[in-house]
Design a protein around this ligand. Sequence first.
Ligand code: F6R
Length: 243
Amino acid sequence: MEVVIVPDAAAGGEVIAEAVVSLVRRRPDALFGVATGSTPLPVYKALAAKVRGGVVDVSRVRVCQLDEYVGLPAGHPESYRSVVLREVVEPLGLSAEAFMGPDGAAEDVQAACEAYDAALAAAGGVDLQLLGIGTDGHIGFNEPCSSLASRTRIKTLTEQTRVDNARFFGGDIDQVPHHVITQGIGTILEARHVVLLATGEGKAEAVAQSVEGPVAAVVPASALQLHPHATVVVDEAAASKLK
Ligand code: F6R
């Protein structure tokens, strides 16, 4: 596991956008796995600026979602499909066909989860998976004690994660769904390169446990220690509890 400490979130976004650019130069139709939430926004901003500046041609890049809320109405602005379309697909000038994600509105959620794992495999697997980290150490929505071998499946959000995400729902925790579909930890570890970005002091404890603690299901991000090509990019605040 490689740990890169950067001064701030914008610098983290720049470093990771550069990694995406070099991937796309090697593999123009790369499958880029994207996370939602606040942390990855500087990456998407830096990457969009490079695309606008003609630094890289992303016209053949494909994008796939990490997770999705279950039960939000189609087109809800905070469904992760809407967020990825708004923050990634549109700014990069990609077509909606270049984008895949799990169906959070499916009647048979289990079948939708299995279909998504199959679709990722059929697409050749994820080349670079970008991750954030929860204050409780979750990746995707694999909350503490998720199996390290888990596949895409439905999960129940912890109260802490619903509190953390209420800011996207007007501060009203009652609007935050209880259930999500998330790529499993085993699914995430199949990506050829996994890049986790963590910024801010609130992530420092989770980062320290993930990077320097034992590999344990109670800290899902510690599973990245098992990956042959994992990069953890942290700003100084998020690195503050590393030894
Ligand atoms: C989002 C996701 C989550 C977030 C995590 C951190 O797709 O999978 O694991 O990355 O909850 O969220 P922020 O970045 O908002 O602190």
